[in-house]
Design a protein around this ligand. Structure first.
Ligand code: ARG
Length: 572
């Protein structure tokens, strides 16, 4: 059950005359301080001002009218007109007891099931994946898992850049500088070398290389047999290399419809836009002018070639016709903001405005020097070596902290902790901000890190091992939950907040709302564990009640981390 939503509905129904129920309900928030109860309804002050009434008087009227049963009694009027809601202990205890037998931890199917397409990862193949791709992959995967857990239908689409100018660069490299033996031994490595070679020449001002690469791209698009054959030869290797990274990150797509997939429809897209008077000729190109934007969206270049934007328009059309999505999320670097703004405006004019198109933007990963993150030797960090480094760094921490585990176990722990650290560091940031990549910080066992949460989980598992009890047996006994200590109550209420947290994270498209929640959960568990003996509780009933809280916390932690794409381990 979503507690805040239930309270909001009750307050909406008790909105004073002259007020707007939706706005009044939206002013219900979790309390910032437990002194003020669990939730607060803050709508009376603003409304009193608009209606020229006394806010405390208005709050008293609402307090008398609102029916919060069975969750809470009448709210308390406080300060200038706040309404403080304290959940009833007996209701909290009963709700927790119900959760013990609920595999879904209180998540119920949505009133309306949405179809959500998530366009994420979407690297340019044949160019080595780098650290920047981690953000799109990790954020997109987490959003996909959160929407799925909430009962929505999710289509995970890896919109691969498999048709762009980087292929022209590789084709030029292949024709002029290939090393067949190197390709046979390590195809992707050789393609990456050729790409870098072309790139460095172009960067050094070799316009003839740039032009030659452009011609190769154009020939590929025109259907030149040699270039098409090479493309078909290279692609499987590129895809296999990507799959290796995705497997390791626990990412699986429903579809991988790259740019090449849309190539056959691009001419029709532009023609349709022209017929409808949306696209117009301009300086030899075909463009769409967008209100409020300096540059128009180019859909056919002067040389006749279609581009990234044309492909994205074809993609919008295909997705609409294939899945009729309610939402399409583009998890892409913030630097593409203008592209998406223009793209969405054009799509709406074109008649594809039904779905909610959202650019889920994110900032850049920086090194400790606050410049885009590089390895020690100055390379942009390749994704695979980054993952290896994460595991190696985690291994050092595990070796230091868990000498009692055997080396093989430590290896497994290091893999889970290392990958978890990278993901968690990324997800726990507000995605719009840049963040500094720092191994020490992200592997710290204390603080808002993946390792700290994984450790909290493992610690709970060890309580059960020590007590020689299984969580299943506690669940079967369905003990009454006692909330006599404030730490028990605080932990229990936090557990009950999972559904509203996930709704909020999905609504705002921000996994960091979930990481904050889990960090809070771990801290509340820590206080509980310090203050309330579990295995040595004063009675068998109390022991069972506390074990039940432990089990609920562990399951919430495990599910929460899983929705971030992070695994847990039983021993750390
Ligand atoms: N391949 C692009 C890049 O690496 C990202 C594609 C994002 N998705 C989209 N539909 N444009 O910059």
């Amino acid at each position: 059950m979503n507690i805040i939503e239930t309270l909001r509905q009750a307050f909406a129904a008790a909105t004073p005359e002259g007020g707007e129920p939706a706005a009044f309900a939206a002013a219900v928030r979790p309390s910032t301080d437990p002194k003020f109860g669990d939730y607060q309804a803050n709508g009376c002050m603003g409304l009193a001002k608009a209606l020229k009434k006394d806010p405390r008087e208005l709050a008293r009227v609402v307090a008398a009218a609102v029916d919060l049963a069975p969750l809470a009694g009448p709210p308390e009027v406080a300060g200038p007109g706040f309404l403080n809601v304290r959940l009833r202990d007996d209701w909290v205890a009963a709700a927790l007891r119900d959760l013990l037998g609920d595999e879904r931890l209180g998540l119920i199917p949505p009133e309306r099931r949405k179809t959500v397409v998530i366009d994420y990862s979407s690297p340019n193949v044949a160019k080595p994946m780098h650290v920047g791709h981690v953000r799109s992959t990790v954020i997109g995967e987490s959003l996909a898992r959160i929407f799925t857990a909430l009962g929505h239908e999710v289509i995970r689409d890896n919109h691969l850049g498999d048709w762009g100018s980087q292929f022209g660069m590789i084709l030029w490299g292949w024709k002029n500088h290939r090393d067949e033996a190197a390709f046979a031994a390590d195809p992707v490595g050789e393609l990456a070398r050729l790409y870098r070679l072309a790139q460095s020449k172009i960067q050094a001002g070799a316009t003839e290389v740039e032009e030659a690469a452009r011609v190769e791209t154009a020939k590929l698009h025109e259907g030149d047999p040699e270039n098409r054959a090479l493309w078909e030869r290279f692609m499987p290797h590129c895809l296999a290399a990507l799959r290796g990274v995705y497997d390791r990150l626990g990412v699986a797509f429903d579809v991988q419809l790259g740019e090449s997939f849309y190539d056959p429809s691009l001419a029709d897209v532009v023609q349709d836009l022209e017929v409808k008077g949306i696209a117009v000729p301009s300086e030899g190109a075909t463009v769409v002018f967008v209100e409020g934007m300096k540059a128009p969206l180019i859909v056919r270049k002067q040389d006749g070639a279609f581009n990234y934007a044309t492909t994205d328009l074809a993609t919008i059309q295909y997705r609409e016709e294939t899945w009729h999505p309610d939402e399409v999320l583009y998890v892409v670097d913030h630097r593409q903001g203008d592209h998406f703004k223009a793209l969405f405006a054009v799509a709406r004019r074109w008649g594809y405005g039904r779905a909610d198109l959202e650019h889920v933007a994110f900032g850049t990963i920086l090194g400790r020097d606050r410049k885009p993150f590089k390895t020690r030797d100055g390379d942009v960090v390749g994704l695979e070596s980054l993952l290896d480094e994460a595991v190696a760094e985690a291994r050092k921490v595990v070796d230091a902290n868990s000498p009692d585990l055997d080396p093989e176990q430590r290896g497994r722990v290091a893999e889970v902790v290392g990958l978890g650290a990278i993901k968690y560091a990324d997800l726990s940031q507000n995605r719009l901000s840049d963040y500094v990549f720092d191994w020490d910080k992200m592997l710290a066992m204390n603080g808002n890190t993946g390792a700290y949460l994984q450790y909290a989980y493992a610690r709970i598992r060890s309580i059960f091992r020590k007590g020689d009890v299984t969580p299943e047996s506690v669940r079967d006994r369905r003990p009454a939950i006692a909330l006599s200590h404030p730490a028990e109550r605080a932990l229990g209420v936090q557990v009950l907040r999972l559904p509203e947290t996930l709704e909020l994270a999905a609504g705002e498209l921000k996994p960091n709302i979930l990481t904050d929640y889990l960090f809070d959960l771990a801290n509340k568990f820590s206080t509980f564990f310090e203050e309330c003996p579990v295995l040595k509780a004063e009675s068998a009933d109390r022991r069972d009640s506390r074990l039940a809280l432990c089990d609920l916390t562990a399951r919430t932690m495990k599910l929460g981390l899983q929705l971030l794409g992070i695994d847990v381990i039983d021993r750390m």
